[in-house]
Design a protein around this ligand. Structure first.
Ligand code: LLP
Length: 883
């Protein structure tokens, strides 16, 4: 039995979480886990799913004397659940069924339902669900101290408040309650169990806490008990960057602070009731939002300290069914008391005002969505009529709001620019940004809200990876696709045995598939005939065999350092230097000298070399790298254009640049621009070509535009593929318009990413609270992309490829940094020490970015020969390079 000093954990379960035996089993399991951890559960439950609505229906039916069938329905629902739980429903609930019948009869006789009566009827759902729950706990061997919430939560008594509010939307006192704590601590039971949604009035009647009030009840209980934490268990695994049922790419928010959670809840995210945050915030109690369907997910944690992640948009919330009331006040300019008069009218009609925007001559407000209790149209017409006495008022229904939510949003306004382009050609009726600086809200036509939400979310979040703040997407958590074949050629499925052999011999290892590399080179040449010359950016993967395959396919090489040039020259001593392009950045003088000797073309991306080392460039042909002013790519670190990127010459410097070129005696034969990496927008390279062509006009000898690399590959299941045909079609059009210009392109990732995997053996497993860790022998020292960019790499257990998923795990390496995570929340089968995990899409920017951090050697490299050759040479021929 827990002692008196035991910490309370308040767990709240909503309607869908108390409706089946499976869910009750989860509740019992969670309670046991807390008991094992030395905490004492205080369980708060809603009515069984749909019952509160049926009780409302019962009241309406009673007025027509048609309540019997509805009563039967309510009995049936509960008796069915009782049967499933194997408890005696009739005996347990008889008293409540009786009471309900009496109440329904009363309403049918008096034909009257006032608020206290309504509260008494609607509160019965929770009393019934918790009565069944307590019996089930006992049956499962845990004693539950069933408490009547009406004895614990006291509704605040405000005689000025309308009766409806006092009985149907009450607020409660929630100061720490030593008497309650003592009383419960003295109980012999394992846990306490009570109802959400209901409280008691001073005179002992039932009061309700309003829609979604169970969350608020739970928060009150947590505050009264000074609980260690509050867990809200619901049917989604936390708060997301947008409503995940509308936006499957919405990401789980792992942590939020109270204000942000409050703002998201208030502006439309329906997971939490807005009123439940204040009580736990005041008491400093952490609030966890988790899913009964996926109890292994750690969900969202709301605390006081999560704002440290810096200013950024954390979520987008929408509210529909808003009505705007616009008041033109020209005659009232500088008149005192206008707002007081206007708002008095809203109060009179019991209409709650939400957003407000004002100018000197207009005040526009939005009204909360209509609810069952408050029909809208007639009331608004009457209000507008009254307002017309002192201003020109009109109402506009069918509006919706979209709110960007996050701390200090004003300080990131400049970053939102491109995202806000979605409002182009859109009527924005109202924009607000409150002084608490937590949201930026736009009111638009309701018909547009779904589209705008989708576009805005894509702009703001699609390129984001997982990190400590942003978790997996809804789709990753739920889609069948996650368990079906991955994107790109899953060559590794067919070569599983060879890969397991390779792992036995040399894990941890990057393994590259020769056939996939050949196919990638071939397909890039075939599908992009509008590109005259393709150069492989070997910064993505400089393995000699990779270079051999691409050389055979006729590609040139784009190098960024003397080391890369030397690598190319050592693999192909006789290669024509014209096939090498050198694109250094902030490199010293001697590197330019080396490049001019050893590469066919050198690209200048700054004027410093011309200003200070002009002698190097006399009679030389060069390329100029220009900055088109805007970068693109999967992460801000890889966007290489725009004022914040260190690359390229801004077009307004070209006059000066031309003078310097002339002084040095150099000739520009080509222009270059590279926007960034991981771009999936087919028009991008043509836009770059057009930009370069415009500037090529001032360089008479310029006949080449090098549109850079950056071609993206799909990384996630369901991720977007770059449509190469589309890329080509745009470029072909450009070629027709500029027949004198050659188009060059320099992809890296696209050619190698899916051809490589990282194999690593499982070292250890551990569970900490709700988080399962699976450790492997190498981590960020081999593959830094997840840590550096939140890059996503699919991870499978190659040793148990066909086993069903059994857990969600953090896949981590052995490096002494918390960021050493290869994948967050990955579905893995039951996994054991020694199993080989495969990290997919690791052919690009893997080994080349690896390090000996912690003095741990990174994974080596293995080339898997194409099968035909392997067969004739009696097995797979692998070559190991230096480690
Ligand atoms: N050309 C230039 C001038 C570049 O700077 C780059 C890449 C490329 C071509 C090839 O880009 P690709 O096609 O591979 O996207 N480490 C990051 C990518 C950095 C790319 C740097 N520059 C990552 O792992 O995502």
């Amino acid at each position: 039995m827990p002692d008196e000093s035991t910490d309370w954990v308040v767990l709240k379960f909503g309607g869908t979480s108390v409706s089946t035996r499976r869910e009750w089993d989860t509740i019992v399991r969670l309670a046991r886990e807390h008991l094992d951890d030395g905490a004492r559960p205080f369980v708060v439950c809603s009515a069984v799913s749909g019952v509160t609505r049926t009780l409302k229906r019962l009241l309406e039916a009673a007025l027509q004397d048609e309540h019997e069938p509805v009563l039967d329905e309510i009995r049936r629902t509960h008796l069915d659940l009782a049967d499933a739980l194997d408890v005696d429903g009739e005996a347990l609930l008889d008293e409540y069924f009786e009471e309900l019948e009496q109440l329904a009869l009363g309403a049918s006789l008096t034909k009257q339902i006032n608020s206290p009566f309504r509260a008494r009827v609607l509160g019965l759902g929770e009393l019934m669900s918790t009565t069944l729950g307590a019996a089930y706990f006992e049956q499962q061997g845990l004693t539950a101290d069933w408490q009547d919430a009406r004895q614990i939560l006291r509704a605040e008594h405000d005689p000025r408040a309308p009766e409806r509010q006092r009985y149907l939307a009450a607020t409660c006192h929630h100061e720490p309650d030593p008497a309650l704590q003592q009383n419960l601590a003295g109980s012999d039971a394992d846990l306490a169990l009570t109802q959400g949604f209901i409280a008691g009035t001073e005179s002992g009647e039932t009061a309700l806490l309003g829609w979604g009030g169970s969350d608020t009840s739970a928060a009150y209980f947590a505050a009264k008990l000074e609980a260690e934490r509050l867990e809200i268990w619901t049917d989604v695994p936390g708060l997301f960057t947008a409503n995940p049922r509308e936006i499957p790419s919405a990401r789980l928010l792992r942590q939020l602070d109270y204000e942000e959670a409050q703002e998201l809840a208030t502006t439309g995210a329906k997971v939490l009731h807005p009123r439940c945050i204040d009580p736990v915030q005041q008491a400093g109690i952490p609030l966890h939002v988790r899913s009964t369907q996926e109890p292994d997910l750690s969900g969202t944690v709301v605390t006081g300290g999560a704002a440290t992640a810096g200013a950024q948009v954390k979520g987008i919330a929408t509210r529909r069914d808003l009505t705007l009331v616009s008041m033109d006040t020209l005659g009232m300019w500088q008149e005192v008391g206008f707002l007081a008069d206007a708002f008095a009218a809203f109060k009179e009609y019991d209409l709650s005002v939400d957003l407000v925007a004002t100018s000197e001559t207009n005040v526009t407000v939005s009204l909360d969505p209509a609810t069952d209790d408050r029909p809208r149209p007639g009331v608004v017409d009457a209000l507008v009529n009254d307002l017309k006495d002192f201003c020109d008022a009109r109402a506009q229904a069918a509006c919706a709001s979209i709110s960007l939510v996050g701390h200090n949003i004003r300080s990131v306004l400049h970053e939102l620019g491109p995202a806000l382009e979605v409002f182009d050609e859109q009527n924005v009726y109202l924009t607000t940004q409150a002084s608490n600086d937590l949201n930026l809200t736009f009111v638009i036509d309701e018909a547009q809200v779904t589209r705008l939400l989708r576009e805005l979310h894509a702009q703001l979040f699609d390129a984001r990876g997982e990190d400590t703040l942003f978790g997996p997407t809804w789709r990753e958590l739920h889609d069948e696709a996650e368990r079906s074949p991955p994107v790109g050629p899953a060559w590794w499925k067919n070569r599983r045995e060879d890969l397991l052999d390779a792992a036995d011999e040399s894990a941890p290892a990057f393994v590259y598939d020769e056939r996939t590399l050949r196919e990638a080179a071939h397909s890039a040449r075939e599908t992009l005939p509008a590109v005259d010359r393709m150069l492989y950016a070997l910064k993505a993967n400089a393995h000699p065999d990779v270079l051999r395959i691409f050389e055979e396919a006729g590609l040139g090489f784009e190098c960024v350092s003397p080391g890369e040039i030397e690598r190319v020259r050592s693999v192909f001593p006789d290669l024509d230097p014209d096939r090498i392009l050198f694109t250094p950045n902030f490199a010293p003088r001697e590197e330019y000298a080396f490049g001019l000797e050893n590469a066919g073309v050198v690209t200048l991306d700054n004027m410093h070399p011309l200003e200070h080392w002009s002698d190097l460039f006399e009679d030389r042909e060069v390329f100029l790298r220009l900055d088109p002013g805007r970068g693109r790519g999967h992460h801000e670190h890889v966007r290489t254009a725009g004022p914040e990127a260190k690359f390229g010459i801004a077009p307004d410097e070209l006059d000066r640049c031309q003078e310097l070129l002339q002084d040095a005696g150099a000739t520009v034969v080509g222009l270059h621009a590279h926007l960034g990496s991981g771009i999936k927008r087919p028009r991008t390279w043509t836009e770059t070509a057009v930009f370069l062509a415009e500037h090529a006009e001032r360089f008479p000898a310029a006949h080449i535009v090098n549109v850079g690399g950056g071609l993206g590959v799909a990384e996630r299941p369901g991720g977007v593929h770059l449509d190469l045909d589309d890329v080509n079609e745009h470029l072909a059009r450009f070629r027709r318009a500029h027949p004198d210009l050659e188009v060059w392109m320099e992809p890296g990732r696209f050619l190698v990413a899916s051809a490589g995997v990282l194999l690593a053996r499982v070292t250890q497993k551990k569970r900490k609270e709700a988080v399962q860790y699976v450790g492997v022998e190498t981590g960020m020292n081999s593959l830094i992309r997840p840590a550096l960019y939140g890059g996503y790499h699919r991870i499978v257990n190659l040793s148990r490829l066909d086993d069903p998923p059994a857990q969600l795990a953090e896949v981590v390496g052995p490096i002494c940094e918390s960021g050493d995570v290869l994948g967050h929340s990955r579905r893995l089968p039951a996994t054991e020490e020694g199993d080989v995990l495969l990290v997919a899409n690791a052919g690009a920017y893997g080994r080349v970015m690896s390090s000996r951090y912690n003095l741990r050697d990174p994974a080596g490299e293995v080339m898997l020969r194409a099968e035909e050759e392997a067969e004739s040479s009696g097995g797979c021929d692998r070559r190991l390079t230096d480690r």
